[in-house]
Every structure is written in C-alpha cells, then in structure tokens.
Design a binder for this molecule. Structure first.
Ligand code: FPP
Length: 244
C-alpha cells in the first residue's frame, strides 16, 4: 500500500497489544528552541490523544515506555521534571481515564521513587483495577535486563528445578505476567533500537519505526502503524501458512 495515501477506517487484522517507545521529546523541543521538559509536556499531551485513539480503535493493551532504569542518569532537573509530570498526570487525568474504562498498571520498580509518587501510583492502580476497555501498562523505572534478572532470582528463591523452567513459566515471573506479548512495537523519532524495552516479550513482535517525534505521533500516525502491521506475515520462525 502507498504509505502516503490517506488511510481511513481500520484494517481487519488489528494488533491486540501495542507497545510504544515514545522517543523524540527532547529533539521536538530543541527544534522549537524550547527546554527539554517542554518536549516531555507536549509528549504527555500527545499520550492523552493516543490513549483515546487506542480506545476508539479497540486496541486492548497499550504499553508505554515512560522512564527507564537508565533514565536516572539524565540531568537532575529533567529527572525531577519527569517525576512531576507523572504525578500531575495521575492527579489531573485519573478520573477521565477511569471513566474511559482504562485500567492502569505499573510495570517497573516502585522502590526508589518518591513515597508520594508511590502512593499515587498504587492508588491509581487500585482505583482502575476492574476496568477492562484498555489496559494501559506504564513502564516506569523499568529495564528489560533488570526484569529478567529479577525473574531469575525469584525463580531460584522459589526453588524451581532447572528442567521445570519453560518459556511459559518464565513469563509468569516477569513484571508483565498475565499480559499477552506485544503484537506491535512502535518507536518514534527515527531511532532503531530496542533500548532495553520488553526484550523478552518482544521476541516475535512486529516493529514499526517512524521518523515522527513522539509529540507529533497522532491518531493518523497510529492508524498508519496498524495498517502496516495488518500487512505483515507473522511466521514465528516457521514458513508462511500460504506456502503449506
Ligand atoms: C524519550 O524522549 C522520552 C522519555 C524518556 C520520556 C517519555 C515520557 C513522557 C512522554 C511523559 C509522559 C509519561 C507518562 C506516563 C505520563 P527523549 O527525551 O529521549 O527525546 P530525545 O531522544 O529527542 O532527546
């Protein structure tokens, strides 16, 4: 399909679980002569639009990479700015998200976060626990390698025998236990890296890279991404079903 053509409607074959590396906030801000935090604020506004679009498109799971274990290494004012943005979002957007039927889940470590933020995250998770229109997993203070190491340690503590270790069992020890693997992973801003995001879960995900910076990745860009996904032939290391 011609990518430039305006797409309307939705494809028949939609991803159930979309994961997003929301990249390019800093460059979006720089290109406008603004401070980096202005980019994160614009990225947050955009997140609200993308969540609405996911609800409208009938996507069941959205996992977003909001703050990695490596992001602590950013300048202190950027780190504290991002923490404040998360706090603000929970304070100001929670009711609307709840009304939309969005269930908020935190994927990552709570320890290490400011106690007030920990309480707000736990409160948001609790308030929305019975919603099921869209499961919004927020990867915050999250790293894929760290997640795998924690899972291994936990299994060892549980005394799991090596020959009992299967992919299925291992998945139940991950922070995403109970969530299907992402069908589609989107990375904005032109970078083509995994950056320690869902490294186990995305083993057979379809990837979609776009040069668009996250604050500009709107509903129509999401539509393009799901149309691209719908044309993929997912073989999981086997041959196409059309060839057998
Ligand atoms: C990457 O862009 C973006 C981040 C590290 C933070 C993303 C966070 C938000 C959009 C805030 C909203 C999140 C929630 C859950 C409310 P970058 O800063 O690395 O951009 P650059 O590569 O252009 O510098």
């Amino acid at each position: 399909m011609d990518e430039e053509k305006t797409l309307t409607g939705l494809p028949d074959h939609m991803p159930d679980h979309v994961a997003v590396i929301m990249d390019g906030n800093g460059r979006w801000a720089k290109s406008r002569g603004l401070p980096r935090l202005a980019g994160h604020k614009a990225g947050t506004e955009n997140l609200r639009r993308v969540i609405r679009a996911c609800v409208e498109f009938g996507i069941r799971y959205l996992t977003i990479y909001a703050f990695s274990t490596e992001n602590w290494g950013r300048p202190a004012d950027e780190v504290s700015g991002l923490m404040n943005i998360i706090k603000d979002v929970i304070e100001k957007e929670l009711d609307e998200l709840n009304q939309q039927g969005v269930r908020l889940c935190h994927v990552g470590h709570l320890e290490g976060l400011d106690p007030e933020l920990q309480r707000k995250v736990m409160g948001a998770v609790k308030l929305t626990e019975n919603n099921d229109r869209l499961i919004l997993n927020i990867a915050f203070n999250y790293g894929g390698r760290d997640e795998i190491l924690c899972a291994v340690k936990h299994m060892m503590k549980d005394g799991i025998e090596p020959d009992k270790v299967t992919s299925e069992l291992f998945s139940t020890y991950l922070l995403t236990a109970g969530t299907p693997d992402p069908d589609l992973v989107i990375r904005t801003s032109g970078e083509m890296r995994i950056s320690n995001f869902l490294i186990w879960q995305s083993a057979y995900s379809e990837w979609y890279f776009t040069p668009t910076y996250w604050p500009d990745f709107d509903k129509e860009e999401l539509r393009k991404a799901v149309f691209s996904y719908s044309q993929r032939d997912r073989r999981y290391g086997k041959v196409s079903s059309k060839e057998v």
